[in-house]
Design a protein around this ligand. Structure first.
Ligand code: HEM
Length: 141
């Protein structure tokens, strides 16, 4: 079913309110906060809104940011971190009056991005270990 996301959420201000609270919670979260905190929150709010309205429903938004795989590939996000963000989103959407078909489409889309966002296995472990070794080497200098 096609819909306009902004309209379904009660207008631009309420859309922005939901996404702002989402990022406030992500930045403050003890599990994933450290991944977000080096980045500019306002920029992420704007790109998240643009990406969602370009992807959900009538896709009327204008997203001009990076491809999602490119945007996340160096972050080495684990499945636990992915799930944590998804849970924060699901709980947040339950706090607002959002039509069921919109909520369902949003959460399905979000969950469906797992393979694109998450880095699993040896490569990710090596990347994380390399980062620790690099830090230790820097301490030695
Ligand atoms: C699953 C659905 C997700 C969507 C739809 C999404 C969407 C986005 C978008 C649109 C951007 C901006 C890219 C740009 O403007 O160039 C972005 C960046 C980012 N995302 Fe996600 N994201 C998702 C999952 C995650 C997860 C699970 C994490 C971490 C736990 C995460 C952390 C970040 C960070 C730190 C950036 C900034 C990267 C940078 O600027 O270099 N994202 N995301």
């Amino acid at each position: 079913m096609s819909f306009n996301l902004e309209e379904e959420l009660g207008g631009k201000d309420s859309f922005q309110k939901i996404i702002t609270i989402f990022y406030d919670r992500l930045f403050a979260d003890p599990i994933v906060g450290f991944i977000f905190s080096p980045h500019e929150k306002n920029k992420l709010i704007v790109s998240q809104m643009g990406w969602l309205s370009s992807t959900l429903g009538d896709r009327s938004g204008t997203y001009e940011g990076k491809n999602l795989r490119v945007a996340h590939q160096d972050l080495a996000i684990t499945s636990g971190q992915f799930n944590r963000r998804h849970t924060i989103l699901a709980e947040l959407l339950d706090e607002f009056v959002i039509p069921e078909h919109v909520k369902e489409a949003w959460l399905n889309l979000d969950r469906g991005l797992f393979d694109m966002i998450v880095k699993l296995g040896k490569k990710n472990r090596n990347q994380k270990t390399d980062a620790v070794i690099k830090t230790i080497n820097l301490l030695d200098d």
